[in-house]
Design a binder for this molecule. Structure first.
Ligand SMILES: [Zn+2]
Ligand SMILES: [Zn+2]
Length: 704
């Protein structure tokens, strides 16, 4: 092929240039080789840090390297002390890195950055939004913004909290807690991080509560006082009663502006210039539950709260007619619907009354012994039924468990339940009655270690020790994650010879069902969303799969167009525009604040340390050095916790003492901080070498 003269010219030029540069290239290559060689002898680490020389085992340090060292680095080299280890430092660093990534993964499950959301309902046609896009998306000043601060797309449903805002007016709906799993040692619960609101507190015109479950009101004690004394707090009588009870437990109870609403009045409470709110009575597993309608310049928004359909409820039927009226006259621009039980097919196969009847059957069947019923303390409708069944059989009832007694007290005060006369007794009186007259309603159905039921098993309860003639009913289902605890409680009860009757096991004793979930099933959702025919649909109150399944239901079964359905996470900003369309326009800071069982905040770093210590332990070295020459004055004290048992580890302890003696003799002029760092590093290496673990090493140095 004939070459273009221009091309030939170009190639010749390139060749000449290459010839000229060749010595440079060769030199660079050799230098590179040299560098790699040096690196290998220093423990095969990518890190060129000279500190690594200290840990060089074969001692053949590169001469050139030392000649090039600064005086400080040469001093470092002189201080080098034999560690007598067989593992490379790199292996230890690798172990530490893996450990720290495990610890992080465990301790940051509830910290949200920019979550992955490539759902087709993500508001961007299934494309992942980048942090820059999230920041730069232009906000529409005329839009109503819906911002979930908690309750969406995280592990375990809880800490529900939603903000709806228009210009500089905002309402907050719910302030819930989430109970921490065993992954969070020493943490009792978490609440939403409300950094966004703290920066915008003036905007908040009202706080609204759908109902009194802790995943909706549990964070009140921490968050309500921040809202100030004038911000109105709306809820039904029972809900406000439960919030007040919680606030009364604070050392310094704030004087807040509570507004009790009567959901049957269909009042539109104008909370600001552009926003008004209406509460509509609904049914759930706690009295005083409501849907909330927030009317905005861009249309009405329906928040479902938690709900279920019931044809024959304990108490007043749902005010579904009111919702239908609004849906058909004004229409809803947007519906937020809870997604908890979307994976349960069909509809509830039985009613709360069936549960009550079955509890009565157990009382008949085991007529001679005591009946102990455990259920959620907020199941006040169920408690009303148990009282009725007991009264019919001349049994008396006492309550056990702090939350149980509290809730019943509020329910009685706010007339949320009706109870038969002369049935409730104090526990200390009840236990004097013959066994066939006794019913105890208690907490502990989730197998909580310190709840009443477990204490009755171990004999730690003041009044009741379970005996073989007792019948214990679990009128509940274990919350996912609690199953092993429930099993352990059941085993304990069975070992005492008691009869145990659990919901969902009717094939064993032919009794059931004994529980009814508070959340709607799939077909209920289909009916509800169809009847409300909202312009836009946004599932909330659920883990990501629940939100996604609810969205699919809305598109595929109800027939809402996919562009009008949005699946988002905590912190995503959803805008409802003047055009009545929803879009996602960015993110705000969200996360979790952690609390222990004394209601004190716990920093994330503390949790990480706890997880680290629980896996690797802690190792403390206390050195007393002479001020004059830096040598050890006495044998170092060594403390090991959650790591190795020192009495069985003489050889290792001897090795560390030997190292410390050598090290301090070589480090007379080293500043304390550097010495601590080096000892920490070396001791970690020695411990890793003999145990494969890297506990937290803390050197404490006293100079006398
Ligand atoms: Zn609820
Ligand atoms: Zn809930």
């Amino acid at each position: 092929m004939r070459q273009n003269p221009r091309e030939r010219e170009r190639q010749e030029k390139l060749l000449k240039q290459y010839e000229k540069r060749r010595p440079d290239i060769k030199q660079q290559f050799e230098e590179g080789q040299n560098r790699n060689f040096n690196k290998n002898t220093r423990g095969r680490q990518g890190n060129q840090d000279n500190r690594n020389n200290r840990n060089n085992q074969n001692g053949n340090q590169n001469q050139n390297q030392n000649q090039n060292n600064t005086p400080e680095q040469s001093a470092n080299a002189k201080r080098k002390v034999e560690l007598a280890v067989n593992t490379r430092r790199g292996e230890m660093v690798h172990h530490q890195r893996m450990l720290s990534s495990d610890v992080n993964a465990q301790a940051t499950q509830h910290i949200v950055g920019i979550p992955v959301n490539k759902s087709r309902y993500n508001g961007f046609g299934g494309t992942q939004i980048t942090s820059n896009q999230a920041k730069n998306n232009r906000r529409d000043p005329e839009a109503v913004r819906i911002i979930p601060l908690g309750g969406l797309g995280e592990f375990g449903i809880g800490k529900n909290m939603t903000v709806i805002e228009y210009k500089d007016e905002a309402v907050i709906i719910d302030m819930g807690t989430l109970f921490a799993s065993d992954d969070y040692p020493g943490i009792n619960y978490m609440i939403p991080d409300i950094k966004y609101l703290e920066d915008n507190l003036k905007k908040v015109k009202a706080v609204l509560f759908t109902h009194a479950h802790l995943d909706h009101i549990g964070a009140c004690r921490h968050l309500l006082p921040m809202m100030g004394n004038y911000t109105p707090i709306y809820g039904t009588e029972f809900t406000i009663g439960m919030i007040k009870k919680q606030m009364s437990e604070l050392d310094d109870e704030p004087d807040l502006n509570y507004q009790v609403v009567d959901p049957f009045k269909h009042e539109k409470h104008a909370v600001s210039e552009h926003l008004s709110v209406e509460f509509v009575h609904t049914l759930h597993s706690i009295p005083g539950s409501t849907n909330i309608i927030v009317r905005t310049p861009n249309g009405a928004i329906l928040l479902s709260g938690d709900w279920r359909f019931e044809n024959n409820p304990v108490g007043t039927p749902a005010d579904y007619g009111r919702l239908l009226d609004v849906a058909n006259s004004e229409g809803f621009s947007l519906m937020l619907n809870e997604a908890t039980n979307i994976d349960s097919p069909g509809t509830h196969p039985h009613s709360e009354y069936d549960v009550g009847d079955n509890l009565g059957l157990v009382m008949d069947h085991y007529a001679n012994g005591r009946i102990i019923v455990s259920c959620f303390s907020s199941q006040l409708g169920r408690i009303e039924l148990i009282l009725n069944e007991a009264a019919k059989r001349n049994r008396k009832v006492a309550f056990a468990g702090f939350s149980m007694i509290n809730n019943v007290e509020v329910a009685l005060r706010t007339r949320a339940i009706k109870i038969p006369k002369n049935t409730i007794m104090k526990m200390e009186e009840l236990i004097k009655l013959p066994d066939d007259k006794v019913v105890v309603i208690c907490t502990g159905s989730q197998g909580e270690m310190n709840a009443v039921l477990n204490r009755m098993v171990t004999g730690a309860h003041k009044y009741i020790k379970v005996k073989s003639t007792d019948t214990i009913i679990f009128s509940s289902n274990p919350i996912p994650g609690n199953e092993p605890h429930v099993v352990s409680t059941v085993d304990g009860l069975l070992r005492e010879g008691a009869q145990v009757i659990q919901n969902g096991k009717s094939h064993i004793n032919n009794i059931g069902p004994l529980h009814l979930s508070g959340h709607a099933y799939y077909e209920d959702h289909v009916k509800f969303v169809t009847d409300m025919h909202p312009l836009n649909y946004m599932p909330y109150h659920g883990e990501f799969f629940m939100l996604e399944h609810s969205a699919e239901m809305a598109e595929n079964v109800v027939g809402i167009h996919k562009d009008n359905i949005i699946v988002v996470d905590n912190g995503d900003v959803v805008e409802l525009g003047q055009d009545r369309k929803v879009r996602r326009t960015g993110r705000i800071t969200v996360g979790s604040k952690l609390y222990d069982d004394a209601d004190n905040p716990v920093h994330e770093a503390v949790v990480k340390d706890r997880v680290h210590i629980s896996r690797e332990g802690i190792f403390i070295i206390i050195l007393t050095l002479s001020k004059s020459n830096g040598h050890l004055i006495k044998t170092p004290d060594i403390i090991s916790r959650a790591f190795i048992y020192l009495d069985n580890s003489e050889e290792l302890v001897g090795k560390i003492r030997h190292y410390l003696r050598n090290k301090t003799e070589h480090s007379a002029n080293v500043d304390l901080k550097t010495l601590k760092e080096e000892i920490k590093d070396d001791v970690t290496h020695i411990l890793f070498d003999s145990t494969g673990h890297t506990p937290i090493v803390i050197p404490v140095i006293n100079k006398v």
